[in-house]
Design a protein around this ligand. Structure first.
Ligand SMILES: [Zn+2]
Length: 327
């Protein structure tokens, strides 16, 4: 983990003083905005042995934390074979928290994504926050602040992180061309961490292919079975492509209602405008709910034949939007 924070997160650090940390912080904001990065940075400030109000980067505490090897640092995440953070994990944590710190004066706990805790888990955490162990600091993060019980919110110092403005986000993505950065931000609704992931995994190629395939379905009614088989095989991108399909419909519905709108997804704006002009708006709404329903289904473990489901969605798209039949 680098010691440099993205420019939209650094102002948050200036509010902290090493000597006066609150015992629990709740960092909230949308996924991809940098909540865990900030939590990790603040944790390392606490574990740094330097007296200065900064992260020295050279002391034993900093070195161990940088290598994810600090004995007084704990992070609760979902185990590989589980869907939620289990109560046994929290009990394991509690037993460590009431021991003296190994190295530093302090102990730090990060719990990313509070939504990954069961009700029992949340209650157990609340109990710890009500009687916090000595010299222990908590950083909890959540994508959905309104789902965090008020009892937990009221015991934490609240930090909200909004999406940064485009200039700052582009500056942070400067390893890539401005055009690529703009497109990636546009596709992720200005969430820079997600945009970076998209660029690093070369997803823009995938996107280009997606546009060709979806145009071919709409314009020519071609390759429905072939495309659905290909998408199912390439399962890493399946749900993302369904999201892109939804976005295309949403953009078309928005443009249909207001053709002055200026925040359409840039690389599909010609398809969007075509659909807004030529497709029946009720069809667009129907397709949107069908597409979202499939996204939901595919997000869960399902025994359904995904290829049939996806092919049937393509058939619906083609028959509602396709221009091949109208010629
Ligand atoms: Zn240090």
């Amino acid at each position: 983990m680098k010691n440099i924070l993205p420019p939209w997160l650094s102002p948050h650090i200036n509010k902290f003083d090493k000597q006066f940390f609150h015992h629990a912080y709740l960092i909230s904001g949308r996924s991809g905005v940098g909540k865990n990065m900030l939590a990790s940075y603040l944790s390392r400030m606490i574990l740094c042995n330097s007296e200065d109000n900064r992260l020295c980067g050279t002391c034993q505490g900093c070195k161990l934390a940088e290598n994810n090897n600090h004995p007084d640092f704990h992070c609760l995440t979902v185990l590989d074979d589980k869907k939620l953070i289990g109560i046994s994990q929290i009990q394991g944590l509690i037993s460590k928290l009431y021991e003296s710190p190994f190295l530093a004066k302090n102990k730090v706990v990060i719990i990313p994504n509070l939504e990954k805790l069961s009700i029992d888990g949340l209650n157990a955490i609340l109990k710890i926050l009500e009687e916090p162990p000595k010299d222990t600091y908590f950083f909890l993060t959540s994508n959905f602040l309104n789902q965090v019980p008020l009892t937990i919110q009221s015991r934490c110092f609240d930090i909200k992180i909004g999406a940064p403005n485009k200039e700052l986000a582009l500056e942070w993505l400067s390893d890539f061309s401005e055009e690529e950065g703009m497109l990636a931000l546009n596709l992720t609704n200005n969430l820079p961490l997600l945009a970076k992931e998209l660029l690093e995994k070369n997803i823009l190629n995938e996107r280009e292919q997606f546009i060709k395939e979806i145009s071919s379905i709409i314009k020519e009614g071609k390759n429905l079975i072939l495309t659905s088989e290909k998408w199912i095989e390439d399962k890493d991108f399946l749900n993302l492509k369904l999201e892109w399909m939804s976005k295309l419909l949403c953009d078309s519905i928005k443009f249909n209602a207001n053709n002055q709108i200026d925040n359409l997804t840039i690389d599909t704006d010609n398809i969007t405008k075509y659909l807004a002009k030529n497709a029946d708006v009720n069809n667009l709404h129907n397709l949107l709910s069908k597409t979202n329903r499939l996204w939901n289904l595919f997000s869960k473990d399902t025994n359904l034949r995904k290829d049939y489901q996806l092919n049937s969605l393509f058939v619906d798209w083609e028959s509602s939007l396709g221009i091949s039949k109208k010629i």
